[in-house]
Write a protein that binds this ligand. Structure first.
Ligand SMILES: Nc1ncnc2c1ncn2[C@@H]1O[C@H](COP(=O)(O)OP(=O)(O)OP(=O)(O)O)[C@@H](O)[C@H]1O
Length: 252
């Protein structure tokens, strides 16, 4: 039996009187895309931030590749194979697409940010970054400043930056947010092209994308997971229909 890439056990996060994640347990298996869906304010981003070490949890445990990472700061989690993308992209706007990925490659190699100037010169880094840009379909925009990229291109670039850290598990926080229909389909195709090479925990509101991508889906409502299963199991789950969509709506 293979062991889970990610194992979350009874995780909890309180903000004052509000329990944002409440006894959350889930796994992500090797090569799996596990989607996390739920209404606004359900606690999805809070959970991702706990996993990435940006928010400390009040109870529970997180294991990555069989090792507990509860007390590790974010850089140590990245070094162990965790990467995340953000709902609102987190890139360097005055640098080109290629430079953004080069810098991420450089950081992955253990250098710090005061090596920015040399990042522009280093051929090896540029080549590595160019490969990653090609992988996300941005090779023709390599020399463009981030500030001039379209929203969808920034999402693609953020994925390339995440891949530069050589992750085993990608935490994807709404990769389709703000994308039009065509761009969303392109992002689905891109994630499908990466499927199997990386494990992914995918937070997403776009249900077409979720059903196209996910091996398993967990539904979070008021901080609690109310169901986990295949797309068909989730579509037909009465609790999910009621709690997530309201009586009479269809999960389509
Ligand atoms: N730093 C914070 N301090 C206090 N409350 C917070 C904080 N961050 C999140 N919350 C609250 O925790 C709950 C969960 O928020 P979270 O952003 O995790 O939900 P979400 O499922 O990601 O929502 P959305 O789908 O709208 O992005 C919300 O009620 C939110 O207002």
């Amino acid at each position: 039996m293979t062991s889970s890439i990610l194992k979350v056990e009874n995780l909890q996060k309180r903000f004052g009187g509000l329990t944002a994640t409440d006894d959350v347990s889930l796994t992500v298996e090797p090569g799996e895309i596990h989607a996390l869906i739920g209404p606004n304010g359900a606690g999805k981003t809070t959970l991702i931030s706990q996993l990435f070490g940006e928010l400390a949890h009040d109870a529970g445990h997180i294991s990555l590749n069989g090792q507990k990472i509860d007390s590790l700061p974010t850089p140590d989690r990245v070094a162990r194979g965790l990467a995340r993308t953000f709902q609102i992209t987190c890139l360097l706007p005055d640098y080109t697409a290629l430079q953004n990925v080069s810098i991420a490659c450089q950081v992955q190699k253990g250098h710090s940010f005061h090596f920015l100037a040399s990042a522009r010169r280093d051929t090896d880094l540029r080549e590595e970054a160019a490969v990653l840009l090609r992988r996300v379909g941005l090779e023709e925009r390599a020399g463009e400043l981030v500030a001039n990229l379209a929203h969808g291109e920034r999402k693609q670039l953020e994925l390339a930056v995440a891949l530069a850290t050589r992750p085993r598990l990608l935490l994807l926080d709404e990769p389709m947010a703000g994308l039009g229909h065509v761009e969303s389909q392109q992002m689905v195709d891109l994630l499908l092209s990466l499927k199997g090479q990386f494990s992914m925990l995918l937070v997403e509101h776009d249900m077409d994308a979720v059903f196209a991508l996910a091996d398993r889906i967990s539904v979070l409502v008021y901080g609690r997971i109310i169901a986990t299963g295949s797309a068909d199991e989730i579509r037909s789950n009465a609790d999910v229909k009621t709690a997530y969509l309201g009586e009479g709506d269809e999960l389509c």
